[in-house]
Design a protein around this ligand. Structure first.
Ligand code: RBF
Ligand code: MG
Length: 311
């Protein structure tokens, strides 16, 4: 799939496209409804379909100090959009230029002139333009004057409440992985490059782990999780992981450490994606390494049971 940027020329083949417009971080059930509609419209009009996203996130621009809150990386979004059937991804590089643009300019200069969109599909809560002054009604009005159709897709409800990224963050913080998974339609997955750790997991605890950083991701509750780990060759391994600061050790280092069942090999430097399936327990401080090792064995058994694997 092609990755396009709002401030670079759009290749001829992608002009005249239907644009799914939003941030789509997480690509949750509500986002999927918007993109599905854009794809249906593109099919009907025989136009290609571009899915937009913002990077950096506008919130980072306006409030640089907020703690990490991303639900996906740009690479994860690209792969999710591709699997949904989009032809290209359009990255809005959010900075001073976009922040200062009013609603009219955004539609006329960016959507129409630069991108050449013929139709735009958003969620019904979409807002845009300087100070978020534009809403879907204004998008329809401005679009009409510039020959762009605008359509807003209704919110999606789960248990009577709107599916939203905020609700997913709340579920993750509360270790409600069942709800997070339903809202996302897949397990929350953290991607990163495997770093060299202290080697203690393999040597002392009989539990070698692949360690990755949490970078810009929303932190779920610290603790021990059952996981499914996807490697960069597409293979997948069930396992158990610890996510947190490891109170057994000083100084605390925030890490996601995954032990892959029935895997032996070197993962250093490789990109892995760790899907968090079930929350098992919080991180704890034990009196000895022996007790930690014993508990880690129980965690692995519990993870196998939760993931419905044979003992
Ligand atoms: N570290 C802690 O300080 N407290 C824990 O409760 C804890 N539980 C863990 C459970 C599992 C399944 C795994 C894989 C790791 C756990 N760790 C915990 C991290 C462990 O101390 C670390 O992986 C090794 O020290 C290797 O760096
Ligand atoms: Mg390790």
């Amino acid at each position: 799939m092609q990755r396009l940027y709002h401030d670079q020329p759009i290749p001829e083949e992608f002009r005249g496209a239907v644009l799914a417009l939003g941030n789509f971080d997480g690509f949750h059930l509500g986002h999927q409804a918007v993109v599905s509609r854009a794809i249906a419209l593109g099919f009907h009009l025989r136009r290609s379909v571009i899915v937009a996203t913002f990077d950096p996130h506008p919130v980072r621009h306006f409030r640089p100090d907020v703690p990490p809150f991303r639900l996906t990386t740009l690479d994860q979004r690209e792969s999710l959009f591709a699997h949904a059937g989009a032809d290209a991804m359009l990255v809005f590089r959010f900075g001073a230029e976009l922040a200062a643009m009013d609603a009219e300019q955004f539609v006329a200069d960016v959507l129409v002139k630069r991108i050449g969109a013929v139709g735009v599909v958003t969620g019904d809560d979409f807002s845009f333009g300087k100070g978020r002054s534009g809403d879907v009604a204004l998008l329809r009005d401005i679009g009409e004057r510039h020959g762009v159709t605008a359509e807003a897709v209704s919110q999606v409800l789960i248990e009577g409440e709107r599916v939203s990224s905020g609700r997913i963050r709340e579920a993750l913080i509360a270790a409600d992985m069942g709800m997070a998974t339903r809202l996302l339609t897949r397990a929350y997955a953290i991607e990163g490059v495997v770093e060299r750790g202290d080697g203690r997991g393999g040597a002392e605890l009989n539990c070698p782990t692949a360690n990755i950083r949490l970078s810009d991701y929303q932190r779920p509750a610290y603790g021990i999780y059952s996981v499914r780990v996807r490697l960069d060759d597409g293979s997948e391994y069930p396992g158990v992981a610890s996510l947190g600061v490891r109170p057994m050790f000083d100084p605390p280092v925030e890490l996601l450490e995954a032990n892959l069942f029935d895997f032996s090999g070197d993962l250093y430097g490789r990109t892995i994606e760790v899907g968090l399936h079930h929350y098992i327990r919080p991180e704890m401080k034990f009196d000895s390494m022996g007790e930690l090792a014993e508990r880690m064995k129980q965690d692995a058994d519990e993870a196998r049971r939760l993931l419905a694997l044979p003992e």
